[in-house]
Design a protein around this ligand. Structure first.
Ligand SMILES: [Zn+2]
Length: 278
């Protein structure tokens, strides 16, 4: 079966109201990441629907959230705390703690580090604090951790010793190098590398990693609706078959094991259920 290791179903539904029907028709199991209450409640309800393919409920304070919150405050022209921002890191973090305590999470994340540009880099210290809390909770609850990492692979290595304690670490939209991926595995981290539209958009580093990493560490994702293919406004479930074929073609060309769409579908499916259970 097709599996999507990282996506945002409610955000997708807001843009594409038939999304869940499409997921059902294509029989795609997915790991749904939320960072606010509305998204999480929606995912939980979808996950309970009888007859639907599996939906895994994940929650994390997105590493871009501190910058978004600062932006909201800036736009509001207000003193800190004077106007409640639409994006609240504090609320999101409190909800994470509650959901983890109540046993409602199947994975923690997406969390991590986004140091892509100056706006995000300005919140690096806050991202570090948030990440530490997510990591601590994941270790305590023995849950897989979903990572969002941009220009920050050094941070992953810095935390490798703690990451090693987790049952699985999913590097969503993996943008590190092949060598970094292999090094992480050598250090004993149960790392899984998830690939989406970048492998179809000529991102050479991701293409090489997707072609050459061990098949038992490979996952596929849409990050729907956030990583559209060229000429599209958003990504959706239907993209997964294209991503699957792209991954298989890259592996075949490289002479790697699992070089047909059927083999990639089977191995990423096994990996998905090993990571997320069920
Ligand atoms: Zn995402």
């Amino acid at each position: 079966m097709l599996t999507d290791a990282h996506c945002h179903p409610r955000e997708l539904l807001l843009r594409f109201p038939e999304a869940e029907e499409e997921r059902q028709r294509l029989d795609i199991a997915c790991a749904a990441s939320a960072w606010n209450r509305d998204d999480f409640i929606c995912h939980e309800a979808l996950a309970r629907r009888r007859g639907s393919p599996r939906m895994v409920c994940c929650f994390g304070v997105h590493p871009q959230l501190p910058a978004a919150e600062a932006g909201e405050r800036l736009r509001a022209g207000a003193e800190e705390g004077a106007v409640p921002p639409r994006f609240s890191v504090g609320e999101s973090l409190a909800l994470l703690e509650t959901l983890a305590e109540e046993g409602r999470l199947e994975a923690i994340g997406e969390t991590g580090f986004d140091l892509y540009n100056q706006t995000y880099r300005a919140t690096a210290a806050r991202q570090e604090e948030l990440f530490a809390r997510h990591l601590e909770l994941a270790v305590k609850k023995r849950l897989p951790l979903v990572l969002h990492i941009r220009r920050a692979m050094d941070k992953v290595f810095f935390h490798a010793r703690t990451l090693k304690k987790l049952p699985a670490v999913v590097l969503h939209s993996y943008s590190g190098t092949l060598r970094e991926g292999l090094d992480l595995l050598k250090r004993g981290v149960e790392a899984y590398f998830s690939f989406g539209s970048p492998i179809l958009l000529n991102h050479k580093t991701a293409m090489e990693a997707c072609a050459l990493l061990p098949p038992e560490r490979l996952l596929l994702e849409t990050d729907a609706p956030y990583q559209p293919l060229r000429g599209r406004a958003f990504s959706q479930w239907g993209d997964l078959a294209l991503i699957l074929r792209g991954a298989a073609a890259l592996r075949k060309e490289a002479g790697s094991p699992c070089g047909t769409p059927g083999e990639v579908e089977a191995v990423t499916g096994d990996n998905f259920f090993r990571v997320y259970g069920g």
